[in-house]
Structure formats: C-alpha cells, structure tokens
Design a protein around this ligand. Sequence first.
Ligand SMILES: C[S@@+](CC[C@H](N)C(=O)[O-])C[C@H]1O[C@@H](n2cnc3c(N)ncnc32)[C@H](O)[C@@H]1O
Length: 315
Amino acid sequence: MAKENKGFDYLEYFLKYKEIIPEFDEFLEYLEEPHQQYFRINTLKVNEEREKLLLEILKNKGVVYEEIKEVPYFYRVVNNQEISLGNLEEYQLGLIHSMTLSSALPVIALDPKPEELILDLCAAPGGKSALIAMITQDRAVIVANDKRLDRLTALSANMKRLGVTSIIITHYRGELFPMGISFDKILVDAPCSGEGRYKVGSEGELLYQRGTGRSNLPSIQKGLLIRAFDLLKPGGILVYSTCTINPEENEAVVDYLLRKRKTELLDWPSPFPYTPGLTEWDSKPFHPNMIKTKRFYSHKIRAVSFYVALLKRVE
Ligand SMILES: C[S@@+](CC[C@H](N)C(=O)[O-])C[C@H]1O[C@@H](n2cnc3c(N)ncnc32)[C@H](O)[C@@H]1O
C-alpha cells in the first residue's frame, strides 16, 4: 500500500506514469525502500586470486553480500541498512567501488574495448568512466568531461583512489566540446530530473528530489546529444542514458537526434529485465525503432530506474 502523503504529493506526481510502468503498485511500494547498495571489485587493483581474500575480509567486517551473476564482479549488500560502503577501508583503498547496479547498464551497452578512444561527455563524479577503465583493463583512452569543476575534483579523487590511469579530464560545457578529435564511442549520461532516484520518506515526503522544475532539461539534453553525435567517427557508437522516467527527457531527446542526424538505433543484450522504449507519449509519436531503447524500473531491478539508448552513426 502506498504511504499516506503528508508532504509533496508523490502519488499524484507519479500517477502520470501509471500506464507506462508495469506493476505500478509495486513501483510505488518500492519507493519506500531505502536505496540498495552495490559494489564492484576493482579489477585494476585486485586480481582473481586476491578477490576471494577481499571478499573474505569484507565478510569478516560484517558485510553480507550476494553475487550478481549477470554482471561480473558486482555484489549486492544484503544487510544494506547496517553497512555504509564508503566508510570501509577497502573502499578508501580503492579495492571496491560502489555504484548502483543500473549505472552499469549504459557501460554494458557501450561495450568498451582496449585501444578505443572514448568520450564520457557528462562524466562526474566518474562511476561510469571508472567502470569503462576497469572493463578495458585501463587500456582504452577515456576523455572524462564535465562542466562542473567541483564535480571534476571528485572525479579526479575517485580515479586516484581506484588507480585509473587511462583518463584525461576535460572541463567543457558538453554542447561546446571542441570539434577536431573524433571518437570511437561516446557516452552521454545526461543531467536529468533524476526521477529514478526518488524515494519516499517516513512522512510521505519525496526524497532525493533534485532536478524537478528545471523545464529546460530536454533542450540541454538535445544539445549534448547532437554535439556527441558530431564528435563521433563515422560508424561510431553513442550511448544516451538518464536516471529519469520522464519520456520528454528520454525518447523525445533520442527522437530529436534521429530527426536531425543520420543515426540508427541498435538493440543490445540486456542482463536485466526491461520495458521497451515508448513509441508515443502525450499523443506525440516517436520513431518506431524507439522500442530498441530500454527502460529499467527500480522495482524490477532493485536499483535506480534508468533509460538507455544505443545508437550508431551511419557512415
Ligand atoms: C548524471 S550526472 C553524471 C554521472 C556520471 N556519468 C557518473 O557515472 O558518475 C550528470 C553530469 O552532467 C554534468 N553536466 C550538466 N550539464 C552539463 C553540460 N552542459 N555539459 C557537460 N556536463 C554537464 C553535471 O555536472 C553532472 O556531473
């Protein structure tokens, strides 16, 4: 049963998504659960042999975890309420990195490989850049860009902690990222309203609510996506992701790119259940291939809701 609301009317807020979110009541109930913590073994610092030892140490420190079979090196903290991963010495030493499970999905779609030149256009504080570095064994060249210097400071500290060396940090508004270098792959993990992170507190108040009310988000997102496309090599790969449910920030943004540039939506094998992207919202039709984009809902994956689109620049 959804909680009686005493503050922001979260029920009314999410009601607009009733038709698009499967098992809507379960979704509302899941909003009342605290954020689930996950960690990934930092394979740049921990080899297979030491992984077992590290897991043993974490267990002895009271961390009850469960392996996520679908995504290598990922673990779910079972005693979520009792543990704060950021306080563990192993976290501070960079042996583990904490990130919500769904944050891995755009990187899985990007499928980064050693030797590729990869741009992470909105990279701070660096969770996905770090994962790209780990998957490529620190053998790609990753340009991690963000427009906020304070967040880039956090990114830089994260890379140092995790021992990532294949990253170049840049500080541009993504829409104005200099042309001249073309990339094999680009990730646009866009600034968004963050609805996928919202939770409901004990008084029925909406928690983690940051971006609502910023009505210019879709135009920022469109500007970022267009620039990212223009920075791709012919045949290059582009991933657009957000942690919001709002179709105006998801399918409508991707649809805009499809109308403005020669690009193709691709399918990709998802390790987790998803709902296909929408082909219509608010009586506006989107490109039929939008079903190749993926919506991940928090109650289905026990992590922040995410939207992921994989695109290819047509040669
Ligand atoms: C969803 S967060 C990125 C999270 C990051 N990818 C990670 O995995 O840690 C969005 C980021 O976009 C940045 N941002 C907002 N507007 C931007 C712009 N116009 N150009 C570049 N970055 C921007 C914000 O500062 C924020 O760090």
